[in-house]
Ligand binder design. Structure first.
Ligand SMILES: Cc1ncc(COP(=O)(O)O)c(C=O)c1O
Length: 406
């Protein structure tokens, strides 16, 4: 027996854990924190987190919830009044009619996505993941022992997968497609026409379901947000996931939800009942207040994100070798950076890939970004634009100067 085999046999951990990658965004943040602890002035653009505080009226509702005694277990799929408010939100924003028993409130959109994948994907089922994708999609599919099939959009089409590509990728083993719009990491937003064409493909394949991640719905610079569930021919097979982390700047509260056909919602409720039960009671009361307050607070934040997008693009467009589509939503830029691969850094090392480039920028420019590898786009790099204007300007000024040394 080789040494490696002996170590593997002795590991206390399950194969599913060993097969799983650590989140690249979390790993990068860890490295930048280490540098900061040594006194370096690192600008962290690796996180997918609004830099805004949660609006005060939402915080006040949480305090009130404690005083009102919301300290007990909640129903697994969420308080009835919160589920009703979510239905009202779907009606108001998305022109979609759901009943409260079609809504499952979870500990973040992340858990909603996991609930669906764990409830619907059997070992060997194929899940078509529109790529570039959010880091956790592939790992969740792996956890369910499904086969994820990355379908890669092109730079020319702002990385959006087309209906033609989807049609060609569907097999009799395809169970689910999943995507985010607005997209993390690219910021692309599907138009009504594009999603309509995707709906038409799905209509021809009745065994295929769709998981539409709309967590960035409110952070949209082009105006119209389209839900795949709005197309009647596929509505019953679309599970829409959304949450409070991005639109209401509530990342730490852990609150998300899904809307689906009633049997799918019940399945997700059953899955959740054995893992976490209902999410935090106080968080849910805060979430109810957030929804009843409408989207004014989100709209204010969007104006800041729009301004920052402009500031950043102005500098980035001037960086030789970066090919950066204009993001239509979310708070990232996702340049193609492969022009720098093969170049030599001042210390003599070679930049072989976007991981090396991210590490070089962290050490030389003291700016942390995430390699596109974890998003299924190894030739790209993701920078968050959720930071103060002056920090963004300084960060991209430093990035430009460091790249000029290669
Ligand atoms: C595309 C996408 N989906 C889901 C999530 C998870 O959101 P939540 O904080 O609600 O779990 C994120 C968070 O970064 C995301 O970027």
């Amino acid at each position: 027996m080789s040494d490696t085999a002996a170590v593997t046999t002795a590991s206390p951990f399950a194969d599913r854990l060993l097969a799983m990658n650590e989140s690249a965004t979390i790993a990068m943040a860890k490295k930048s924190r280490e540098l900061m602890a040594k006194g370096f002035d690192v600008i962290n653009l690796s996180f997918g987190e609004p830099d805004f505080q949660t609006p005060q009226y939402i915080k006040d509702a949480a305090k009130q919830a404690l005083d009102d005694g919301y300290t007990f277990y909640s129903p697994v799929p969420g308080y009835p009044d919160l589920r009703q408010a979510i239905c009202d939100k779907f009606k108001r924003d998305n022109h979609l009619e759901y009943l409260p028993n079609q809504i499952v409130v979870s500990t973040g959109a992340k858990q909603s996505l996991a609930n669906v994948i764990m409830s619907m994907v059997n070992p060997g089922d194929e899940v078509i993941v529109f790529s570039p994708y959010w880091v956790s999609y592939e790992e969740m599919v792996k956890l369910a022992e499904g086969t994820s099939v990355a379908l890669v959009g092109t730079l020319e089409n702002d990385y959006k997968v087309t209906a033609e590509q989807l049609e060609a990728a569907i097999t009799e083993r395809t169970k689910l497609i999943m995507y985010s719009s607005p997209c993390n990491p690219t910021g692309a937003v599907f138009s009504r026409q594009e999603l309509g064409a995707i709906a038409a493909v799905l209509a021809r394949h009745p065994q295929v379901y769709a998981l539409a991640d709309e967590i960035y719905e409110y952070i949209n610079f082009v105006g119209e947000h389209v839900s795949l569930a709005q197309f009647p021919e596929v509505r019953d097979r679309v599970i829409t996931v959304n949450g409070f982390s991005k639109g209401y700047a509530m990342t730490g509260w852990r609150l998300g939800y899904l809307a689906a056909r009633q049997d799918i919602a019940s399945a997700c409720e059953k899955m959740q009942s054995q893992i976490t039960s209902g999410t935090c009671s106080i968080t849910q009361r805060a979430g109810l207040a957030a929804l009843l307050g409408g989207r004014a607070s989100a709209d204010e934040m969007v104006e800041a994100y729009r301004r920052r997008r402009g500031l950043v693009l102005e500098i980035v467009r001037d960086i030789p070798g970066f090919k950066t589509p204009t993001p239509s939503g979310a708070f990232y830029i996702f340049p193609e950076v492969s022009a720098y691969f093969g170049r030599t850094a001042p210390d003599g090392s070679t930049i072989n890939n976007s991981m090396d480039l991210a590490m070089y920028l962290l050490n030389d420019a003291l700016v942390s970004a995430v390699s596109g590898e974890a998003f299924g786009a190894p030739e790209c790099m993701r920078f968050s634009t959720a930071a103060a204007d002056e920090k963004l300007v300084e960060a991209f000024r430093r990035v430009k100067a460091s790249l000029a040394k290669l």
